[in-house]
Ligand binder design. Structure first.
Ligand code: FPP
Length: 239
């Protein structure tokens, strides 16, 4: 395990390249997602071990429904079986949260999400956030709608609306902004992931690795790259 000089508080990962990983091996795409789910579990545990406070992973976007039904079903099934394993996280001091519109999922999935969140709510180690049926624009629109409801109900006046109040209507209420976004597999986009929360994030694109091949050492390398950057938040560098 590498000694990290300066651990970011919040890392986001776009788990890309499962399909290509499978194709390279002549396997169906769903085998790539299965391998990706196992990488995800390993990286979550490792992140907790090194003392990371927040890790958000892009599991399923609002746009992923456009994929063939067979592939969508296989990802939902992986999620269902993974949800059954989540009880162990409380013991590992990992707190779980889900962001995205969960209203579309079957009752059993929603109940398991809620159970995992409740069981782990007192954990003080890593907060592991899974973005499922998540889209950044949809999140902002959803927040705006709830805020409009509160204004209409007279709970808030328009002049009180500022960045901090608006943030509290996002799914990520209470979670600090993203410091570092990691995207493997050679795509150089944010793909509607945490668009509000990434306003000052550093981006590390790792073109040489597909998500199922991502290792703890790959995460170390991304954090080392982050540490080599100078973050200024619009100000001047500290000399
Ligand atoms: C992107 O790879 C990956 C996804 C759209 C799904 C991510 C899902 C997992 C990692 C598995 C499920 C995880 C859990 C926790 C149940 P891609 O399919 O776009 O790859 P490609 O660009 O090579 O086609």
């Amino acid at each position: 395990m590498m000694q990290q000089a300066n651990l970011p508080t919040h890392i986001g990962i776009i788990m890309d390249g499962n399909g290509r990983w499978a194709k390279k091996r002549g396997l169906p795409r769903k085998m790539g997602h299965r391998a990706g789910a196992s990488t995800f579990k390993e990286i979550a545990r490792y992140a907790n071990k090194i003392g990371l406070k927040y890790l958000t992973t892009y599991v399923f976007s609002t746009e992923n429904w456009k994929r063939p039904k067979d592939e969508v079903d296989s990802i939902i099934e992986l999620l269902r079986s993974y949800l059954n394993e989540m009880d162990g996280y409380a013991k590992e001091n990992i707190r779980v949260r889900f962001i995205g519109d969960r209203s579309v999922f079957d009752d059993d999935i929603r109940a398991k999400m809620q159970r995992a969140e409740e069981k782990s709510r007192n954990a003080t180690g890593l907060t592991l956030i899974l973005a499922i049926n998540y889209g950044g624009r949809a999140e902002i629109v959803h927040a705006a709608r709830m805020l409009a409801d509160d204004v209409q109900a007279g709970k808030i006046f328009p002049h009180q609306v500022n960045e901090s109040l608006f943030s509290s209507y996002l799914y990520t209420d209470g979670i600090p902004d993203v410091d570092l976004i990691i995207r493997p597999s050679g795509e150089y986009r944010l793909s509607n992931f945490l668009i509000w929360q990434c306003a000052y994030a550093e981006y590390v694109f790792m073109s040489g690795v597909l998500w199922p091949d991502f290792k703890p050492a790959t995460l170390d390398a991304a954090i080392a790259e982050y540490n080599s950057r100078s973050r200024r938040f619009g100000g001047l560098a500290n000399e």
